[in-house]
Design a protein around this ligand. Structure first.
Ligand code: BGC
Ligand code: ZN
Length: 362
Protein backbone atom coordinates (compact mmCIF):
# COMPACT_ATOMS: atom_id res chain seq x y z
CA UNK A 1 0.00 0.00 0.00
CA UNK A 2 1.05 3.61 -0.46
CA UNK A 3 2.41 5.60 2.47
CA UNK A 4 4.12 8.96 2.97
CA UNK A 5 7.50 8.31 4.56
CA UNK A 6 10.33 10.44 5.94
CA UNK A 7 13.93 9.15 5.87
CA UNK A 8 15.68 11.36 8.46
CA UNK A 9 19.21 10.05 7.76
CA UNK A 10 18.85 10.52 3.98
CA UNK A 11 16.90 13.77 4.26
CA UNK A 12 14.19 12.38 1.99
CA UNK A 13 10.39 12.46 2.01
CA UNK A 14 8.41 10.43 -0.51
CA UNK A 15 5.44 8.21 -1.22
CA UNK A 16 6.60 4.62 -0.73
CA UNK A 17 5.17 1.13 -0.93
CA UNK A 18 4.73 -0.27 2.60
CA UNK A 19 3.41 -3.73 3.60
CA UNK A 20 -0.30 -3.71 4.50
CA UNK A 21 -0.80 -4.28 8.24
CA UNK A 22 -2.82 -7.31 9.44
CA UNK A 23 -4.80 -7.88 12.62
CA UNK A 24 -2.57 -9.84 15.02
CA UNK A 25 -4.64 -9.82 18.22
CA UNK A 26 -8.32 -10.29 19.07
CA UNK A 27 -8.59 -6.75 20.43
CA UNK A 28 -7.41 -4.99 17.26
CA UNK A 29 -9.32 -3.41 14.39
CA UNK A 30 -8.21 -2.68 10.82
CA UNK A 31 -9.08 0.69 9.33
CA UNK A 32 -9.15 2.21 5.86
CA UNK A 33 -7.79 5.75 6.21
CA UNK A 34 -9.96 8.53 4.77
CA UNK A 35 -8.37 11.83 5.80
CA UNK A 36 -5.10 12.87 7.42
CA UNK A 37 -4.57 16.47 8.53
CA UNK A 38 -1.24 18.21 8.38
CA UNK A 39 0.12 20.44 11.17
CA UNK A 40 3.27 22.23 12.27
CA UNK A 41 4.59 19.04 13.84
CA UNK A 42 4.43 17.32 10.43
CA UNK A 43 6.17 20.27 8.79
CA UNK A 44 8.95 20.00 11.38
CA UNK A 45 9.22 16.25 10.73
CA UNK A 46 9.47 16.63 6.94
CA UNK A 47 12.16 19.28 7.42
CA UNK A 48 14.06 16.75 9.61
CA UNK A 49 13.89 18.80 12.83
CA UNK A 50 11.67 16.33 14.66
CA UNK A 51 10.38 12.77 14.33
CA UNK A 52 11.96 9.34 14.95
CA UNK A 53 11.37 6.13 12.93
CA UNK A 54 10.38 2.92 14.74
CA UNK A 55 13.26 0.71 16.03
CA UNK A 56 14.92 -1.03 13.10
CA UNK A 57 13.27 1.11 10.38
CA UNK A 58 15.10 3.80 8.44
CA UNK A 59 11.84 5.62 7.72
CA UNK A 60 8.82 6.94 9.58
CA UNK A 61 5.33 7.01 8.06
CA UNK A 62 4.00 10.43 9.09
CA UNK A 63 0.47 11.58 9.97
CA UNK A 64 -1.24 11.73 13.37
CA UNK A 65 -4.49 13.65 12.70
CA UNK A 66 -6.72 11.03 11.14
CA UNK A 67 -10.21 9.94 10.21
CA UNK A 68 -10.77 6.39 9.05
CA UNK A 69 -13.37 3.68 8.64
CA UNK A 70 -13.26 0.32 10.40
CA UNK A 71 -13.05 -2.53 7.85
CA UNK A 72 -12.29 -5.59 10.04
CA UNK A 73 -12.30 -6.39 13.73
CA UNK A 74 -10.70 -9.05 15.94
CA UNK A 75 -12.90 -11.58 17.77
CA UNK A 76 -12.94 -9.68 21.08
CA UNK A 77 -13.57 -6.20 19.75
CA UNK A 78 -16.78 -4.70 21.14
CA UNK A 79 -16.32 -0.94 20.94
CA UNK A 80 -16.34 -0.62 17.12
CA UNK A 81 -17.74 -2.51 14.14
CA UNK A 82 -17.02 -2.50 10.41
CA UNK A 83 -18.39 0.66 8.81
CA UNK A 84 -17.83 2.84 11.90
CA UNK A 85 -15.96 6.10 11.41
CA UNK A 86 -13.14 6.43 13.92
CA UNK A 87 -10.45 8.84 15.05
CA UNK A 88 -7.33 7.32 16.62
CA UNK A 89 -5.38 8.83 19.51
CA UNK A 90 -1.69 9.63 19.00
CA UNK A 91 0.39 8.68 22.04
CA UNK A 92 1.05 5.14 23.29
CA UNK A 93 2.25 4.38 26.85
CA UNK A 94 5.84 3.78 27.92
CA UNK A 95 6.63 0.24 29.13
CA UNK A 96 7.86 1.11 32.64
CA UNK A 97 5.83 -0.32 35.57
CA UNK A 98 6.86 2.70 37.67
CA UNK A 99 5.21 5.24 35.33
CA UNK A 100 1.88 5.84 37.08
CA UNK A 101 0.68 8.14 34.30
CA UNK A 102 1.08 5.55 31.53
CA UNK A 103 -0.21 2.74 33.77
CA UNK A 104 -3.39 4.76 34.28
CA UNK A 105 -3.88 5.47 30.58
CA UNK A 106 -2.64 9.05 30.98
CA UNK A 107 0.40 8.75 28.71
CA UNK A 108 -0.14 12.43 27.89
CA UNK A 109 1.50 12.88 31.33
CA UNK A 110 4.21 10.19 30.84
CA UNK A 111 7.02 10.62 33.38
CA UNK A 112 9.76 8.68 31.59
CA UNK A 113 9.67 10.11 28.07
CA UNK A 114 9.70 6.57 26.67
CA UNK A 115 6.19 6.87 25.20
CA UNK A 116 5.74 6.50 21.45
CA UNK A 117 3.56 8.64 19.18
CA UNK A 118 2.05 7.44 15.93
CA UNK A 119 3.46 9.38 13.01
CA UNK A 120 5.86 11.29 15.27
CA UNK A 121 7.99 9.18 17.61
CA UNK A 122 9.06 5.57 17.02
CA UNK A 123 5.73 4.42 15.62
CA UNK A 124 4.36 4.65 12.08
CA UNK A 125 1.55 7.14 11.49
CA UNK A 126 -1.66 7.28 9.55
CA UNK A 127 -0.70 8.82 6.18
CA UNK A 128 -1.21 5.51 4.42
CA UNK A 129 -4.07 3.36 3.12
CA UNK A 130 -4.66 0.92 6.01
CA UNK A 131 -3.89 0.99 9.72
CA UNK A 132 -4.27 -1.62 12.49
CA UNK A 133 -4.81 -0.48 16.07
CA UNK A 134 -6.00 -1.70 19.47
CA UNK A 135 -9.68 -0.82 19.97
CA UNK A 136 -8.94 1.14 23.15
CA UNK A 137 -7.22 3.82 21.05
CA UNK A 138 -10.24 4.30 18.75
CA UNK A 139 -13.02 6.85 19.12
CA UNK A 140 -16.22 6.48 17.09
CA UNK A 141 -17.39 9.60 15.27
CA UNK A 142 -20.97 10.18 14.00
CA UNK A 143 -21.38 9.95 10.18
CA UNK A 144 -22.72 13.52 10.06
CA UNK A 145 -19.23 14.71 10.95
CA UNK A 146 -17.55 12.87 8.03
CA UNK A 147 -16.42 16.14 6.34
CA UNK A 148 -14.85 17.72 9.41
CA UNK A 149 -13.91 14.86 11.76
CA UNK A 150 -10.25 15.08 10.76
CA UNK A 151 -10.31 18.21 12.98
CA UNK A 152 -10.96 16.12 16.11
CA UNK A 153 -7.26 15.59 16.91
CA UNK A 154 -6.20 19.26 16.63
CA UNK A 155 -9.28 20.13 18.73
CA UNK A 156 -8.13 17.72 21.46
CA UNK A 157 -5.26 20.14 22.19
CA UNK A 158 -7.88 22.69 23.30
CA UNK A 159 -9.94 20.03 25.10
CA UNK A 160 -7.01 18.91 27.23
CA UNK A 161 -6.18 22.57 27.93
CA UNK A 162 -9.77 23.19 29.02
CA UNK A 163 -9.62 20.15 31.30
CA UNK A 164 -6.45 21.60 32.82
CA UNK A 165 -7.95 25.09 33.12
CA UNK A 166 -11.03 23.81 34.97
CA UNK A 167 -8.84 21.67 37.24
CA UNK A 168 -6.35 24.36 38.22
CA UNK A 169 -8.88 27.17 38.36
CA UNK A 170 -11.01 25.20 40.80
CA UNK A 171 -8.57 26.90 43.22
CA UNK A 172 -10.55 30.13 42.66
CA UNK A 173 -13.92 31.64 43.40
CA UNK A 174 -15.07 32.30 39.76
CA UNK A 175 -18.34 34.17 39.68
CA UNK A 176 -18.63 35.85 36.29
CA UNK A 177 -18.07 35.27 32.61
CA UNK A 178 -14.39 34.73 31.94
CA UNK A 179 -12.32 36.51 29.35
CA UNK A 180 -10.09 34.37 27.19
CA UNK A 181 -7.44 35.45 24.71
CA UNK A 182 -6.38 33.00 22.02
CA UNK A 183 -2.93 33.66 20.59
CA UNK A 184 -2.82 32.66 16.93
CA UNK A 185 -5.47 32.07 14.27
CA UNK A 186 -4.18 28.82 12.80
CA UNK A 187 -6.31 25.67 13.07
CA UNK A 188 -5.42 25.06 16.74
CA UNK A 189 -6.25 28.70 17.58
CA UNK A 190 -9.51 28.74 15.62
CA UNK A 191 -10.70 25.42 17.09
CA UNK A 192 -9.64 26.60 20.55
CA UNK A 193 -11.61 29.85 20.08
CA UNK A 194 -14.68 27.81 19.11
CA UNK A 195 -14.34 25.53 22.15
CA UNK A 196 -13.79 28.42 24.58
CA UNK A 197 -16.78 30.24 23.08
CA UNK A 198 -19.03 27.17 23.48
CA UNK A 199 -17.80 26.88 27.08
CA UNK A 200 -19.07 30.41 27.74
CA UNK A 201 -15.86 32.44 27.60
CA UNK A 202 -15.78 35.93 26.12
CA UNK A 203 -13.13 35.18 23.46
CA UNK A 204 -10.65 37.46 21.70
CA UNK A 205 -8.18 36.18 19.13
CA UNK A 206 -4.84 37.98 18.88
CA UNK A 207 -2.91 37.15 15.73
CA UNK A 208 -0.40 38.66 13.36
CA UNK A 209 -2.20 39.74 10.24
CA UNK A 210 -4.75 42.61 10.14
CA UNK A 211 -6.65 41.08 7.29
CA UNK A 212 -6.83 37.46 6.46
CA UNK A 213 -9.32 36.50 3.80
CA UNK A 214 -9.83 32.90 4.92
CA UNK A 215 -9.63 33.24 8.70
CA UNK A 216 -11.46 36.46 9.48
CA UNK A 217 -14.83 35.25 8.11
CA UNK A 218 -14.51 32.14 10.30
CA UNK A 219 -13.82 34.26 13.38
CA UNK A 220 -16.65 36.67 12.43
CA UNK A 221 -19.04 33.75 12.14
CA UNK A 222 -18.23 32.44 15.61
CA UNK A 223 -18.57 35.97 16.95
CA UNK A 224 -15.19 36.36 18.62
CA UNK A 225 -13.24 39.60 18.67
CA UNK A 226 -10.20 39.70 16.39
CA UNK A 227 -7.22 41.89 17.25
CA UNK A 228 -4.27 42.09 14.87
CA UNK A 229 -0.77 42.10 16.33
CA UNK A 230 0.50 44.07 13.33
CA UNK A 231 -1.65 47.04 14.29
CA UNK A 232 -2.11 46.60 18.08
CA UNK A 233 0.62 46.09 20.68
CA UNK A 234 0.05 43.50 23.40
CA UNK A 235 -0.60 46.39 25.77
CA UNK A 236 -3.32 47.83 23.52
CA UNK A 237 -4.79 44.37 23.10
CA UNK A 238 -4.96 43.92 26.90
CA UNK A 239 -6.70 47.32 27.28
CA UNK A 240 -9.25 46.41 24.61
CA UNK A 241 -10.00 43.03 26.18
CA UNK A 242 -10.11 44.01 29.86
CA UNK A 243 -8.67 41.81 32.65
CA UNK A 244 -7.64 38.53 30.99
CA UNK A 245 -8.58 35.34 32.86
CA UNK A 246 -7.25 32.77 30.41
CA UNK A 247 -4.70 32.81 27.61
CA UNK A 248 -4.71 29.90 25.19
CA UNK A 249 -1.42 30.12 23.33
CA UNK A 250 -1.54 28.44 19.91
CA UNK A 251 1.28 29.94 17.86
CA UNK A 252 4.62 28.72 19.21
CA UNK A 253 5.82 32.34 18.96
CA UNK A 254 7.55 32.73 22.32
CA UNK A 255 8.29 36.46 22.01
CA UNK A 256 4.62 37.41 21.66
CA UNK A 257 3.64 34.89 24.34
CA UNK A 258 6.02 36.37 26.94
CA UNK A 259 4.83 39.86 26.02
CA UNK A 260 1.23 38.84 26.68
CA UNK A 261 2.30 37.22 29.96
CA UNK A 262 2.91 40.76 31.29
CA UNK A 263 -0.73 41.72 30.74
CA UNK A 264 -2.63 38.95 32.52
CA UNK A 265 -5.46 39.84 34.87
CA UNK A 266 -5.79 38.77 38.51
CA UNK A 267 -5.74 34.98 39.13
CA UNK A 268 -5.23 34.30 35.42
CA UNK A 269 -3.97 31.10 33.88
CA UNK A 270 -1.78 31.07 30.78
CA UNK A 271 -1.67 27.83 28.77
CA UNK A 272 1.21 27.21 26.36
CA UNK A 273 0.53 24.68 23.59
CA UNK A 274 2.87 25.77 20.78
CA UNK A 275 6.30 24.21 20.35
CA UNK A 276 8.72 26.93 19.20
CA UNK A 277 11.77 26.27 17.07
CA UNK A 278 15.00 27.53 18.58
CA UNK A 279 15.56 31.11 17.41
CA UNK A 280 18.04 32.19 20.08
CA UNK A 281 17.56 34.28 23.25
CA UNK A 282 15.50 37.49 23.39
CA UNK A 283 15.36 40.05 26.23
CA UNK A 284 12.41 39.58 28.59
CA UNK A 285 11.55 41.76 31.62
CA UNK A 286 11.63 38.96 34.15
CA UNK A 287 11.20 41.25 37.18
CA UNK A 288 7.95 42.61 35.78
CA UNK A 289 6.63 39.15 34.95
CA UNK A 290 7.58 37.63 38.30
CA UNK A 291 6.18 40.58 40.22
CA UNK A 292 2.85 40.41 38.36
CA UNK A 293 2.63 36.68 38.76
CA UNK A 294 3.11 36.80 42.50
CA UNK A 295 0.97 39.85 43.16
CA UNK A 296 -1.85 38.44 40.99
CA UNK A 297 -1.79 34.72 41.86
CA UNK A 298 -1.11 33.85 38.24
CA UNK A 299 -0.33 30.47 36.81
CA UNK A 300 1.49 29.35 33.66
CA UNK A 301 1.11 25.82 32.41
CA UNK A 302 2.27 23.85 29.41
CA UNK A 303 0.04 21.23 27.81
CA UNK A 304 0.89 18.52 25.30
CA UNK A 305 -0.98 15.64 23.69
CA UNK A 306 -4.44 14.57 24.85
CA UNK A 307 -6.13 11.79 26.84
CA UNK A 308 -9.12 9.70 25.67
CA UNK A 309 -11.63 11.96 27.41
CA UNK A 310 -10.32 14.91 25.38
CA UNK A 311 -11.14 12.95 22.20
CA UNK A 312 -14.66 12.36 23.53
CA UNK A 313 -15.11 16.07 24.34
CA UNK A 314 -13.67 17.04 20.95
CA UNK A 315 -16.16 14.81 19.11
CA UNK A 316 -19.01 16.25 21.15
CA UNK A 317 -17.87 19.86 20.68
CA UNK A 318 -17.32 19.32 16.93
CA UNK A 319 -20.99 18.30 16.70
CA UNK A 320 -21.97 21.56 18.43
CA UNK A 321 -19.70 23.61 16.12
CA UNK A 322 -21.21 21.85 13.07
CA UNK A 323 -24.69 22.87 14.19
CA UNK A 324 -23.84 26.44 15.13
CA UNK A 325 -21.35 27.37 12.45
CA UNK A 326 -21.56 24.75 9.65
CA UNK A 327 -19.94 26.89 6.93
CA UNK A 328 -17.25 28.37 9.15
CA UNK A 329 -16.31 24.92 10.44
CA UNK A 330 -16.08 23.46 6.94
CA UNK A 331 -13.96 26.38 5.78
CA UNK A 332 -11.28 25.54 8.37
CA UNK A 333 -10.26 22.85 5.87
CA UNK A 334 -8.79 24.89 3.02
CA UNK A 335 -6.98 22.27 0.98
CA UNK A 336 -7.54 18.59 0.13
CA UNK A 337 -4.76 16.70 -1.63
CA UNK A 338 -4.56 13.14 -2.95
CA UNK A 339 -1.74 11.04 -1.47
CA UNK A 340 0.39 11.50 -4.62
CA UNK A 341 0.40 15.22 -3.84
CA UNK A 342 0.90 14.85 -0.08
CA UNK A 343 4.14 16.81 -0.30
CA UNK A 344 2.18 19.85 -1.54
CA UNK A 345 -0.13 19.55 1.47
CA UNK A 346 2.95 19.68 3.70
CA UNK A 347 4.11 22.98 2.23
CA UNK A 348 2.85 26.06 3.99
CA UNK A 349 -0.03 27.20 1.80
CA UNK A 350 -0.24 30.97 1.66
CA UNK A 351 -3.56 31.81 3.27
CA UNK A 352 -4.37 28.19 4.01
CA UNK A 353 -5.83 27.09 7.31
CA UNK A 354 -5.88 23.25 7.49
CA UNK A 355 -4.56 21.04 4.71
CA UNK A 356 -5.79 17.48 4.52
CA UNK A 357 -4.44 14.50 2.60
CA UNK A 358 -7.54 12.66 1.35
CA UNK A 359 -6.37 9.05 1.05
CA UNK A 360 -9.67 7.22 0.37
CA UNK A 361 -13.12 8.51 -0.40
CA UNK A 362 -16.12 7.19 1.48
C1 BGC B 1 0.32 16.31 18.47
C2 BGC B 1 0.45 15.71 19.87
C3 BGC B 1 1.89 15.37 20.17
C4 BGC B 1 2.77 16.58 19.94
C5 BGC B 1 4.25 16.35 20.27
C6 BGC B 1 1.31 17.43 18.29
O1 BGC B 1 1.24 17.89 16.97
O2 BGC B 1 -0.97 16.79 18.25
O3 BGC B 1 -0.36 14.58 19.98
O4 BGC B 1 1.99 14.91 21.50
O5 BGC B 1 2.62 17.01 18.60
O6 BGC B 1 4.82 15.28 19.55
ZN1 ZN C 1 -0.63 17.82 15.14
Amino acid sequence: MRAVAVYPSKHEVRVIDHPEPRITSATQARMRVFDVGVCGTDRDIVSFQFGTPPEGSDYLIIGHESLSEVVDVGAQVSKVKPGDLVVMTVRRPCPHPSCVACRQGRQDFCYTGDFTERGIKQSHGYMTEFVVEEERYLHVVPRELRDVAVLVEPLTIAEKSLEQIWTVQSRLPWDRQHRAVVLGAGPVGILGAMALNVEGFDVSVYSRSPNHAEKNPILDAIGVRYIAAETHSTEEMAKMVGPIDVVYEATGASGVAFDVLKHLGPNAVFVFTGVPGHHGPIPVDTDEIMRNMVLNNQLVLGSVNAPPQAFQSAIQHLGVFAERWPDALRSVITGRFPIEHALDALKNQPGGVKNVVAISEG
